[in-house]
Design a protein around this ligand. Sequence first.
Ligand SMILES: [Cu+2]
Length: 239
Amino acid sequence: MSSKRTALATLLGLGALALFADPVLAQGYDSTTEELIRSLNNQLLYMAIPITVLVEGILIYTVWKYRNNDEPKPTKENRRLEISWTIATAIVLLVVGYASYGVMANEYVSTSQTEFDTQNEDVVDVEVVGVKYLWEFNYEGENVSNQGTLVIPNDTDVRLHVTSEDWIHALHVPEMGLKQDAMPGQTNTIVTHPTDEDNYTLYCAEYCGVGHSEMLGEVEVVSQEEYDEWLDDQRNGSD
Ligand SMILES: [Cu+2]
């Protein structure tokens, strides 16, 4: 293959890449966190597939073309080819870095704000406590505590302040794209915004002893009205 053709193929590959890199917003996500993570995963996959096909294609073609070559000659230096693939790699890495940074710096993926703010009515603050072998949920400012089931309103920012009473655990709700370490004496916050009224399983994702596999909980995403009713019921029940 001449260096001109190589350069052309590289350009075509990059063109295809730019097309695929355009964010495709699919529907049916359970939270903004899940949407961000899964969209990035898909974008990276759309970029990786053409590159894989290109590289493997060249490899297979070369093996096939030179299969009867009994006197291989050393490769000659080809500066243009080397510059092309260095630039192409740099562009790919920049696109991947840019797309990843946009997701990883998003407040729904890596939270910087860890303060409880029970004055803010647009945010639900819940303290999540891992205990051998169950999950406790304390609704800040609501005087409500619950075990096993985390009830949260749909279409509202929810801040989970994750900690542990005794041991290292980890909160994990894979369907909502949520994962956070639960450490004794430390609070790690994760923010999300549920977008679908449904029930999800909450797992402990850090091996914590004989009861680890049973350390399950449930996340119930309900409408705002149902959530308010539930809070009232909990308060009246605990009186
Ligand atoms: Cu655990």
